[in-house]
Design a protein around this ligand. Structure first.
Ligand code: NAD
Length: 242
């Protein structure tokens, strides 16, 4: 029996770690070829050989606008088509706004908002020409329950939720589905930037998600029958004080 994503090509950004890696692994297991995009060349190289030929590494620093613009052409050069974009790469800046470094705020807004919008913008003509495509954006629970310790991060994800909800209505008629996933706290490198006491609290309460759980939801979204939207999924953690 054919696997669920047999014959599909996916591009996953931020694929060398955390949610992006788990999502890539789930799509590979479902038979897709996955272009794993990350700026971390060493981490991608360390993964080489562990996921077979269907895992195709692509080093791009998405914060470099020239490199970011090469995403689609380089995916097509390596894999010939693009059926699925998981726009997942993101960074975190938390804490009191007055203490935040403005260059770090710029980087975060660029990656979490501008780059996601540009990635989606850049792949759409290819997907529209083929009259098919799925786009999933990694948002965050922070956008749905803004907390006082991450004002800029929560706002970046709020912006991207608005983008998802609007652009999906423009492209559904072309056979393209756009959705978002908003996980609560996930065990990954990103949580290293969380306030230590918050992390301890969440660990003690058993409320942290595994990246593989997020990947399961990504697969749920991707395998919904065509013609049905892929929705916005919010993953509420249990035992977590919002
Ligand atoms: P992570 O730090 O484990 O992985 C992020 C990956 O993105 C890394 O491999 C990193 O090298 C890559 N990356 C960062 N900047 C990049 C750039 N400029 N160009 C290309 N690649 C770049 O983090 P994660 O937890 O897996 O986060 C993935 C997404 O999930 C982010 O958008 C994040 O905001 C979101 N998210 C995370 C959590 C959480 O608690 N970890 C919760 C909700 C949403």
């Amino acid at each position: 029996m054919a696997k669920q994503l047999e014959g599909k090509v996916a591009a996953v950004t931020g694929a060398a770690s955390g949610i992006g890696l788990a999502s890539s692994e789930a799509m590979l297991a479902a038979g897709a070829r996955v272009v794993m995009v990350d700026r971390d060349a060493a981490a991608l190289a360390a993964l080489a050989g562990t996921h077979g030929d269907a895992a195709i590494p692509l080093v791009i620093d998405l914060l470099d606008p020239n490199a970011c613009a090469t995403l689609l052409p380089r995916v097509l050069e390596k894999a010939g088509q693009l059926d699925i974009l998981h726009a997942n790469a993101g960074i975190y800046v938390g804490g009191d706004l007055v203490d935040a470094d403005s260059a770090a705020i710029d980087r975060m807004l660029n990656l979490n908002v501008n780059v996601v919008m540009k990635n989606v913008h850049d792949v759409l003509p290819h997907m529209i020409a083929r009259a098919t495509g799925d786009i999933i954006v990694t948002s965050s629970l922070a956008a749905h329950f803004p907390t006082p310790w991450e004002p800029v991060y929560a706002s970046s994800k709020w912006a991207i939720n608005c983008f998802v909800q609007t652009v999906r209505r423009q492209v559904f008629k072309h056979g393209i589905r756009v959705g978002s996933i908003s996980p609560g706290p996930v065990i990954s490198a990103l949580l290293a930037d969380w306030p230590a006491e918050k992390l301890q609290e969440a660990k003690a309460a058993g409320s942290l998600l595994e990246a593989s759980e997020v990947a399961e939801v990504v697969m749920f979204m991707l395998t919904r029958p065509r013609g049905m939207t892929i929705r916005d999924v919010v993953m509420l953690p249990t035992n977590f004080d919002l």
